[in-house]
Design a protein around this ligand. Structure first.
Ligand SMILES: Cc1cc2nc3c(=O)[nH]c(=O)nc-3n(C[C@H](O)[C@H](O)[C@H](O)COP(=O)(O)OP(=O)(O)OC[C@H]3O[C@@H](n4cnc5c(N)ncnc54)[C@H](O)[C@@H]3O)c2cc1C
Length: 527
């Protein structure tokens, strides 16, 4: 059993990293304002630049690199001729810029790896910078059926089939008294051999598979390299400053940077674009068990959502190596009632609130830390500016109740890869080029968000909805399976008989577009 102190480490580390980033940024601005010299370590050209890339065809990227940009494009900076006019970019006489690639990617989670794979597949020179050394721990283990298409696009279905990951065919819901619903099998709606079977993954292993795949397709990856700052010239992003584990700072330049930094939302935080969801302010506490009970046959990999009072819920996700991931999500006020603050105590008290969870974990042994995180649903006001595009959680993160995060990260990574490929061919990185990307992504997020709101509404239940409107059961399954870019208007009209359906938020468009579209009255308060 771990100590409660250790349990905070992961999230605290992440929060501290983001706080430290903001402090560093403020110091930098202050130094600039006062005309103080830069304190950065002088970087040297990186010997591995381009070295990790396989010997695939580089025709497109070579052409891009040696050409001048057309009129309104972002400009492709010349080697060793980098000077900024933008005071916020603070270029230094001491620093040598590296024109490293066609596309820079911040973060090697599912979004970053998917984008890197797609772009490298298109023949572009991609450099992905990842802060951690993989394998690294990450939450987000239950996949949705509609991760199938992006995984297929990345060429990973066979690897997934051969992997140790547990096959997932269904999801079931359990009342606080311990009564389980029939599992909702995905094969009642989708092809049993493809979409209808998905996986429960240990993210440390899954993310390595994705990142290795990006490398195999030709992307260069630098682990243990932390992006510290976006570099800007004339308002557009022209690259990043990053620090390796030895402390060396290097400037990497590219015509476009993809921010795939996850919930830390590197760019959204620095631009003050991060907006909390108006209603979804939950807290999650979770840990792992060995030897806990699991069902048999095709139910062995079922995700269980088990309710606790006040619309709180447990996830119970069976993983391989006899591990089960168990977490509870609810309002912070409920979880910390009577002054209970320690994650371990919160978790153990909630186990008593659901008889099914209590029984299933009773034969297992808890191991490792108790993790906690809060305020996890947020949106970015914009999807980017010239030279910058936000992808995956860095763009938006929704409450995890329907396990949509990895699906949206992989899907947005692939979509961003295609959109950026077109931009590279056209040598045009103006923000409005990414309006379709943003519109499609927001449509999927808003559909999922409506269902999440319904789930948390005390007047709503899926059973009552489908009893009254049996013809809409298919729509519910589609949305819950991740088939989110569809017209669900009939479903929303039916849900409105039980619960309020939230209006779409006016967020996520490229900065130029969004300015024209947004009415101040439509914008919910920033939390
Ligand atoms: C409690 C909880 C439960 C969840 N459960 C599920 C679930 O069951 N199923 C599901 O699909 N999703 C789930 N999710 C969501 C899922 O974790 C995310 O949606 C998913 O990981 C997003 O992928 P990503 O690539 O956008 O970001 P991430 O996976 O977070 O990857 C971002 C990467 O960027 C790196 N990085 C960050 N900052 C920098 C920097 N400055 N420089 C360099 N690298 C950087 C990080 O080290 C990280 O590797 C859950 C989330 C939470 C909070």
């Amino acid at each position: 059993m771990s100590s409660a102190k250790g349990s905070w480490n992961y999230e605290v580390k992440n929060n501290m990293a983001s706080v430290t980033g903001r402090i560093e940024e403020r110091i930098r601005c202050e130094e600039q304002r006062r005309g103080w010299p830069r304190r950065e370590v002088e970087p040297t050209p990186d010997p591995s630049e381009g070295g990790e890339r396989s010997s695939r065809d580089r025709a497109t990227s070579e052409r891009t690199r040696t050409s001048s940009p057309p009129g309104r494009g972002p400009g492709w900076v010349q080697h060793d001729a980098v000077k900024s006019n933008d005071p916020s970019s603070t270029p230094s006489e001491q620093t040598n810029a590296i024109n490293c690639c066609d596309v820079l990617i911040i973060g090697g989670g599912p979004a970053g790896s998917a984008a890197a794979t797609v772009l490298a597949g298109h023949g572009h020179k991609v450099l992905l910078l990842e802060r951690e050394k993989f394998p690294r721990y990450h939450i987000g283990e239950s996949l949705l059926p509609f991760t199938f298409q992006p995984l297929q696009r990345l060429g990973l279905i066979e690897k997934m089939r051969k992997s140790a990951f547990i096959k997932k065919y269904s999801v079931q819901f359990v009342s606080p008294s311990g009564k389980a619903s029939q599992p909702f099998y995905f094969f009642t709606r989708y092809d049993r051999d493809t979409v209808a079977q998905t996986w429960q993954v240990l993210r440390s292993e899954f993310d390595v598979m994705l990142l290795d795949n990006a490398r195999e397709k030709g992307a260069s990856v630098k682990e243990e390299t932390t992006v510290k700052e976006l570099m800007k010239e004339g308002g557009r992003v022209v690259g990043v400053r990053a620090q390796d584990k030895g402390g060396k700072i290097t400037e990497y330049r590219a015509p476009i940077t993809l921010d795939c930094s996850g919930r830390e939302a590197f760019s959204a935080v620095r631009h003050n674009w991060r907006v909390g969801d108006p209603e979804l302010h939950k807290v999650a506490v979770w840990t792992y068990y060995k030897g806990a009970k699991r069902d048999e046959g095709i139910d062995a990999g079922t995700t269980t959502v088990a309710f606790v009072p006040e619309k709180g819920w447990f996830w119970y996700i069976p993983l391989h190596d006899d591990i089960v991931s168990v977490g509870v999500v609810a309002e912070g006020k409920y979880l910390t009632r009577d002054g209970v603050k320690e994650p371990e105590q919160i978790f153990k008290r909630e186990i008593e609130q659901n008889l099914w969870i209590k029984e299933y974990v009773s034969c297992g042994t808890q191991f490792g830390p108790f993790y906690i995180t809060g305020e996890f649903s947020f949106h970015s006001r914009y999807c980017g500016v010239e030279g910058l595009l936000l992808v995956g959680d860095a763009y938006c993160f929704l409450d995890p109740v329907f396990s949509s995060g990895v699906m949206l990260a992989l899907k947005s990574g692939a979509m961003a890869g295609d959109a950026v490929h077109e931009a590279l061919l056209a040598r045009d990185f103006s923000p409005e080029r990414f309006a379709d990307y943003a519109t499609k992504l927001r449509e999927g997020i808003e559909n999922m968000r409506k269902l999440v709101y319904a789930f948390y509404n005390p007047n709503f239940s899926f059973r009552e909805l489908t009893d009254k409107h049996p013809d809409l059961a298919g729509d519910v399954t589609d949305c819950l399976s991740g088939d989110v870019n569809k017209d669900f208007s009939r479903l929303w009209t039916a849900i409105e008989e039980f619960a309020d359906v939230p209006k779409p938020l006016p967020y996520g468009q490229p900065l130029a577009n969004a300015k024209a579209q947004m009415q101040p009255a439509q914008v919910p308060l920033n939390r």
